[in-house]
Design a protein around this ligand. Structure first.
Ligand code: NAP
Ligand code: HSE
Length: 440
């Protein structure tokens, strides 16, 4: 196949990310072209509503409401799927791959739900699938796992993968701002998903954890095989209690592989991190990823995790890789499609083997004997108490009890929670957070 002289790029979805890609690619076109040795042409873009006002203006003749027409257009070499969701985005992605085109995607939900089908379509039809923008916004974490750290087996990858949640948590902690107010800001700033429950309930982080787990371990882990908890239950009181105990609170994805038992666990939950941990100090829309490999040791990456510019930066890096692939052919790249070999038959860790220390906040009746009843429930499940704090709760006659535990497991703490909920002296839904005693 001779390489084309001009590479035509189609942008399916011209919202926050699509407009960012158009704007920054146009601004840096000459520079990129001379570095890549090819001409790049922004050929077409698709939207749902042609009448919507947009910050980035392009000639009306280049806009269509039919992204599938772009995906199927044989003159388009690189199709960017920046629509979101998993229905139309899947159709667009598969249509482009099935004609052997290159697809660049920022869509972690799509990859998590349909990754195997997409990779199979790329391999079967000679297309390629690039997805740097799908995880951690502007941080090139896909390249890190696929290329930079290719020599390694990964024992632990953890970090903040959702800019919206980190922005909300930071603003709640620093400004004592209300959850609703900060979420509205995150939407206005273009950080949040069209359906913001994907962010705040932990699903977006879970989709990204699934992508990283596949890259690092060659196994597709679905969200129903993970622990997934979001940030909605966290209150300003939890930040205060955590600080008293020497911790910050972050929504983390944690991907752990035990190469002795050959087990893998993938989980997403708000986590207490020691104040000295570098990830605990990453604020606002920034993401942070700590990657521990058996050869390199622990490495750390941070940068903006959401928003137009950071995401456009990642999409444009994929467009550059796609251009280099079209110019030089396969062999010059370690493609994401080849990651399946890392699996090595590993299994998912059963709950009793997922171990952690826990933080438990209970709103209880402020009367004699309550602590003893709670301690009895915990002792029956062999959950050992490490510390207890008691402060007045907002409700009259109630107290907030904050307990931390020694190391236990998910099954024991789950049963403990069920039994605590059933006690008449426990007045509100308990808040359970994991403690991540990660040094770095
Ligand atoms: P967005 O602002 O909502 O843009 C989506 C675009 O797709 C819009 O142009 C919209 O058209 C178009 N579209 C949506 N549904 C359509 C339909 N049924 N038919 C035709 N066009 C349709 O979303 P975004 O924030 O740019 O996100 C796009 C993708 O990037 C998502 O997969 C998201 O998860 C991912 N991502 C986003 C960020 C971020 O910070 N925003 C970061 C990383 C990854 P209209 O404009 O006419 O409504
Ligand atoms: N809604 C996502 C976030 C966009 O806030 O992290 C980036 O993937």
């Amino acid at each position: 196949m001779s390489s084309p002289q001009i590479l035509n790029i189609g942008i399916c979805g011209f919202g926050t990310v699509g407009q960012g890609v158009w704007k920054h690619l146009s601004a840096h076109l000459g520079d990129l072209e001379s570095r890549l040795g090819v001409k790049l042409h922004l050929a077409r873009a698709s939207v749902r509503d042609l009448t919507k006002k947009r910050d980035v203006k392009i000639p009306a003749r280049l806009l269509t409401t039919d992204p599938l027409a772009i995906a199927k257009d044989p003159s388009i070499h690189i199709v960017c799927e920046l629509i979101g969701g998993t229905t139309l985005a899947r159709q667009v992605t598969l249509a482009a791959l099935r004609r052997g085109a290159i697809v660049v995607s920022a869509n972690k939900a799509l990859i998590c739900e349909h990754g195997p089908e997409i990779i199979a379509a790329a391999q079967q039809h000679g297309g390629h699938f690039f997805f740097e923008a799908s995880v951690a916004g502007g941080i090139p974490i896909i390249k890190v796992l696929r290329e930079g750290l290719v020599a390694n087996r990964f024992t632990r990858i953890y970090g903040i993968l959702n800019g919206t949640c980190n922005y909300i948590l930071t603003q709640m902690e620093d400004r004592n701002a209300s959850y609703a107010e900060v979420l509205a800001d995150a939407k206005r700033l273009g950080y949040a998903e069209a359906d913001e429950s994907l962010d705040v309930d932990g699903w977006d982080t879970a989709h990204k954890a699934s992508v990283l787990a596949w890259l690092a371990h060659g196994v597709w882990v679905k969200t129903d095989q993970m622990i997934v908890e979001g940030i909605a239950g966290i209150t300003p009181a939890d930040f205060k209690h955590a600080a008293t105990l020497g911790y910050g609170v972050k929504l983390l994805a944690v991907i752990s592989r035990d190469f002795v038992s050959n087990e893998l666990s993938v989980r997403v939950h708000p986590t207490l991190l020691p104040e000295s941990n570098v990830v605990a100090n990453v604020s606002g829309v920034f993401n942070a990823v700590s990657v521990t490999g058996d050869v390199v040791g622990t490495t750390f990456y941070s940068g903006r995790g959401a928003g137009q510019d950071a995401t456009a930066s990642a999409v444009i890096s994929d467009i550059a890789d796609a251009a280099a692939l079209l110019k030089h052919g396969k062999g010059s790249h370690l493609l994401g499609e080849d990651q399946g070999i890392r699996g090595g038959g590993c299994r998912l860790t059963p709950p009793e083997r997922i171990r952690s220390r826990y933080y438990l906040r209970l709103t209880v009746q402020d009367e004699p004997g309550v602590l003893a009843r709670i301690a009895t429930v915990m002792a029956k499940q062999k959950v050992s108490i490490a510390s207890v704090l008691q402060t007045p709760a907002e409700q009259a006659g109630a107290a907030a009890l904050v307990l931390t535990t020694h190391e236990s497991n998910e099954r024991a703490i789950g049963t403990t929670l069920q039994q605590l909920r059933a006690l008449a002296v426990v007045l509100a839904e308990p808040v359970l957070l994991r403690i991540g005693d990660f040094e770095q």
